[in-house]
Ligand binder design. Sequence first.
Ligand code: P53
Length: 479
Amino acid sequence: MTDYLAFPDNFLWGGATAANQCEGAYDVDGRGLANVDVVPVGPDRFAIISGQEKMLDFKEGYFYPAKESIDFYHHYKEDITLFAEMGFKTFRMSIAWTRIFPKGDESEPNEAGLSFYEDVFKECHKYGIEPLVTITHFDCPMHLIKTYGGWRNRKMLVFYERLVRTLFTRYKGLVKYWLTFNEINMILHAPFMGAGLCFEAGENVEQTKYLAAHHELVASALATKIGHDIDPDNKIGCMLAAGQYYPYTSHPKDYWAAMQSDREGYFFVDVQARGYYPNYAKKYWEQSGIDFDITDEDLILLQENTVDFISFSYYSSRVASADPKLNEQTAGNIFASIKNPYLNASEWGWQIDPLGLRITLNAIWDRYQKPLFIVENGLGAVDIPDENGYVADDYRIDYLRDHIQAMSAAINLDGVELLGYTTWGCIDLVSAGTGEMQKRYGFIYVDRDNLGNGTLKRTKKKSFAWYKQVIASNGSRLD
Ligand code: P53
């Protein structure tokens, strides 16, 4: 009989963060400025992260939450101790490119930045925690944006190659699990955040986005090659913002709309996992007049350097419709989705769908048959501490329990191969979408508000003890 709640012995339980959303110390030890630093909290944020409004420097009258964030830079020992107390097997984090190459195009790296991450990795290993490192989590050095136009420029490949070669060489033996680009499909939805792109009036935005995507895909293959060359033990993965699209009705046109929306994301993984551009993409470019240079060397690189595993974030399923009127209502969200009448939503309107995680796991597994890794999942919510500073976040426990059950079903009942699970924002951090601090995901509360007030004190929430028990029981105790 199948044990419904069994997880593989070496299953990698843990939590996930990203440099710009937790480190702070934006100008410390030689760090340079990046796109992710100059995106403020507030109503302009969406226009800026999507490249419609240019903000290439700090401006008076705005608050920039990434400058200080939760100051993981100076608290990492304390924070990793807490992760260890929960029993983390892995900790997902990202490297700030501008700590290693402050401008991006230098020939020599910044030693202070390199040694910071070395210390962090060593601290993880002290507790038997395996680092899972995202090389690029939405960040692009500002100098590369101003001078070269971000990922629309092929020269980015040279700078990225220098970055990854430096990282793989320096951290050989300390890091084994790597992700090349966080949510690579974000290029299409928030291109300033995803690829350092701002658009000029009259520019063919779609063409530029796919050109930048091509450069990132080649860069990802290059990183995979270099990573394997430097250490054959390295496991290198891609990363997709996932969440299956459902058709709004059973009308075939709605099913078709859902399939097309799914392909916008799978397009990237099709290349990274299979090694070549899918026909539907080539045909779409042809029909939309999108045309850019792809060299034979690029095609060979893509073909020969597919990823070892596929990682993804999952917060919610999505809904697509062929009706343009319905689609209009969702404009302004990073991922367009019509409200699903069968699901409840978070305070930020993200629909809660644990079965959707099982569906998504199966869809990706069926498509690629490569090991999967859920590297983000969780509930962003307003937490209200009681008079002792304690947060009883049963709503978060419920969300995670339901998703862990769905994951277990995918493994045990469907035969999906899954390497691990890292919940998003295991310690409260700044939201990527809104820049708010009060959209919290953590097991650990951090005393800081949307405008940067607070002591940065860390306090365990109710979910802290709960997740500790989940990990200690290898997923069999979810009560
Ligand atoms: P926040 C939108 C939709 C799906 C994933 O998001 C997304 C986003 C961006 O908002 O990004 C990932 O913080 C991303 C993380 C991010 C997390 O989801 O807006 O990889 O950096 O923080 C959650 O609630």
